[in-house]
Write a protein that binds this ligand. Structure first.
Ligand code: ADP
Length: 372
């Protein structure tokens, strides 16, 4: 069934002409996946063409979506040196930085890049990232936020951003903005309900595209909300993006289950400094009686951080207000900036930023000096 659908999809796509040939003949359609009526593929274009190829992407998506048996169609544009060249960047060399990417440095106007990671999903990584980004903004920094959690892009909703990004120069997409944070997410390009069945290599090309083809401009810091987990996709991202450092979010429970350790080891493997661990859903304060209940064993992260010789950045309680505010597009740091929870996020953000600045200074000091 899906074999037939695949052939029909390629037939439909062969009616889209680019230059002298159709896009299938030119080898521009790559990574086609069909699963239960959900179709995902990439269109590879010349980097010179870049975002100008958006109409091709759109046409391809509409063509496929209109086909019988197709429930959703997700098409990403990706730029490679030559159409038809492999989009693969898979495989990783432990302990070594990946070779520099084609097409110039990534994010040249961005001073620091901080990844927020977690050993598994659902620990509050995105909620933490958004609130930390807002806390940095409240400190007066220019902040960008890249939602690379391609499996569940929730940042646009948390920042209350809707609509689609546009391009003012016709070549690069402009980031969207919410509560003063510049933001880009797969969520802008993909419907929230669409199940995304990205393969690792496609995820990476999509991420690189979001780093390279977006007009981010000058920023003090770019936060990256990583996909949960510590698989090959995450490892390759950690290798390919010039990260200043990483922060690991975990619940007391997943610290006990050692998931946080995996995250830590992943960054250490690729020489990315871990700026610290944040314990989320650390404890629960009853909204009625004010009694504090440790849902999991509270304080695990602090002890674990000591054992692992990594800094403990702070703890955030499990509180319905944190959930309600972020899920409704007004995270607590923005909505109630003087509340105890907002203050806790601000303290964590301050500690994180100081550590990131120290890393940047150390890097600058160790860089070869040019003597004239
Ligand atoms: P992840 O990015 O790790 O998958 P999310 O940030 O999407 O997790 O959080 C999952 C759910 O938990 C969301 O509904 C979010 O609002 C909620 N949540 C996150 N942190 C807290 C917290 N400290 N207190 C209460 N709810 C939280």
């Amino acid at each position: 069934m899906s074999q037939v659908l695949e052939e029909n999809i390629l037939k439909a796509l062969a009616t889209i002409i680019h230059g002298d040939k159709n896009i299938v003949e030119k080898g521009m359609v790559q990574g086609l996946q069909v699963q239960d009526g959900h179709v995902v593929f990439a269109i590879v274009v010349d980097p010179q063409v870049g975002a100008k190829a958006e109409p091709i992407r759109k046409a391809a998506e509409e063509k496929v979506y209109a086909m019988e048996g197709v429930l959703s169609a997700t098409v990403v544009l990706t730029a490679e040196k030559e159409p038809g060249a492999p989009t693969q960047q898979s495989g990783h060399s432990h302990g070594h930085k990946a070779p520099p990417q084609q097409g110039g440095p990534l994010l040249p106007g961005v001073k620091a890049i901080i990844a927020v990671a977690s050993g598994k999903g659902g620990v509050g990584k995105s909620t933490t990232t958004v609130n930390l980004a807002l806390a940095l903004h409240a400190q007066g920094l220019k902040v960008g936020l890249l939602d690379a959690d391609i499996y569940g892009p929730s940042i646009p909703r948390m920042l209350g951003i809707t609509g689609e990004p546009s391009s003012s120069d016709g070549q690069h997409l402009d980031p969207m903005e919410g509560h003063g944070i510049k933001c880009m997410s797969m969520g802008f390009l993909v419907e929230e309900e669409t199940p995304i069945i990205w393969r690792g290599p496609m995820t990476q090309t999509a991420l690189m595209q979001m780093l390279r083809d977006i007009a981010w401009g000058e920023l003090d810091v770019m936060m990256i909300d990583m996909p949960p987990g510590t698989g090959d996709v995450q490892l390759t991202m950690a290798q390919q993006v010039p990260l200043t450092g990483a922060v690991i979010v975990s619940t007391p429970q997943d610290i006990a289950l050692l998931d946080a350790r995996k995250g830590l080891n992943m960054f250490r493997q690729v020489d990315v400094p871990v700026l610290g661990i944040v314990e989320n859903m650390s404890y629960f304060e009853c909204p009625h009686c004010g009694e504090r209940t440790d849902v999991f064993s509270h304080g695990g992260a602090r002890e674990e951080a000591e054992l692992l010789q990594v800094d403990f950045l702070g703890e955030i309680p499990l509180d319905i207000k944190i959930r309600e505010t972020s899920d409704s597009g007004h995270p607590i740091v923005d909505q109630d900036p003087t509340s105890p929870h907002a203050k806790a996020y601000k303290a964590i953000a301050k500690a994180m930023w100081e550590k990131a600045c120290a890393k940047l200074e150390a890097k600058a000091a160790s860089a070869p000096k040019i003597i004239q």
